[in-house]
Design a binder for this molecule. Structure first.
Ligand code: CP
Length: 309
């Protein structure tokens, strides 16, 4: 079944056919990014609002650029500069945007489930741009798109996801998406940053980065989320770098030519060393470019299936 959703709230429960349609559409749209004009009529007449209750560079900017490149009216609300700061509820804010004829609300929120609550109360399509430690579906879609560009097919790929899995919505969305697409996912983190429930999803978990990256096709480093750390989870940053960072030695244990990925923003010298981030195997900048193409595809497909295109 092709994408026929009002909202994109997570990759849990999204089918392989739906993921494939998004990635195929992104592949068709990506060449627009390298043309001189960067303008298509795919979203002409649509209104897209980004509603961010947390900081962002990549996600917010790529949704805004995707909207503008496709001729939508695009606006941004930052919670600190809106009536949210005066006590307005999320639902009232969403209904206000609905009343202005907004077609898509893209929301980032520190509370897991906030996009789901909003989606139940608005007519607009809702896209989850990251909710707490729950999901970040468009990040995982752009990650899978980047892997597919290199390998053609995700089936059977070994993807090692290394770092602060506990706090990572990127890891969770990648687990759901990659498993659906037939990839093998191995998670590596210190015990304090590895949630026990993820073992029940059928992925492999280990505290040994070397075990995770051995013969991997993709090595994905996760950001240490200092803003979400509670005391005691991390002994020291330098010790973390020594035992868990993606560095040249560990990368040499992966398959030759394995991709190095990071969702950004990076803590260089903490979860990934600069020489690896800047090395030949790194596709971190390609991930950012692909983020625009994937978000163009998501916006186009949601507005089309919502009966508004
Ligand atoms: N990867 C990611 O979500 O980056 P931003 O926080 O900059 O949006």
């Amino acid at each position: 079944m092709a994408l026929q959703r009002k909202d994109l709230l997570g990759l849990k429960g999204v089918t392989a056919e739906e993921i494939k349609e998004i990635l195929d559409t992104a592949a068709q749209l990506k060449p627009i990014l390298s043309t001189g004009s960067k303008k298509t009529p795919h979203l002409a007449g649509r209104s897209i609002v980004t509603l961010f209750y947390e900081n962002s560079t990549r996600t917010r900017m790529s949704f805004e650029l995707a909207s503008k490149y496709m001729s939508a009216a695009a606006a941004n609300i930052s919670a600190s500069a809106s009536s949210v700061a005066k006590g307005e509820t999320l639902i009232d804010t969403g209904r206000t945007l609905d009343s202005m004829g907004t077609d898509v609300i893209i929301i980032r929120h520190p509370m897991g489930g906030a996009p789901h609550l909003l989606a139940r109360h608005v007519k607009s399509s809702v896209v989850n741009a990251g909710d707490g430690m729950n999901e970040h579906p468009t990040q995982a879609l752009l990650d899978m798109f980047t892997m597919r560009e290199k390998f053609g097919d995700l089936t059977g790929l070994k993807v090692a996801i290394v770092g602060d899995v506990l706090h990572s919505r990127v890891a969770r969305s990648n687990i759901w998406g990659l498993k659906t697409m037939g990839a093998q996912v191995v998670l590596a983190a210190p015990s304090t940053l590895m949630p026990v429930e993820l073992e029940r999803t059928g992925v492999q978990v280990t505290n040994c980065v070397e075990d995770a990256v051995r013969e991997a096709d993709v090595v994905m480093a996760l950001r240490i989320q200092r803003e979400r750390q509670k005391g005691g989870l991390l002994a020291s940053v330098s010790e973390y770098n020594e035992f868990y960072a993606v560095n040249q030695l560990r990368l040499s244990m992966a398959k030759p030519g394995a991709l190095v990925m990071h969702p950004g923003p990076m803590n260089r010298g903490v979860e990934i060393n600069s020489d690896v981030a800047e090395g030949d195997q790194s596709v971190i900048n390609q991930q950012v470019t692909n983020g625009v193409a994937v978000r163009m595809a998501v916006l186009y497909l949601l507005t089309r299936k919502n009966g508004r295109a």
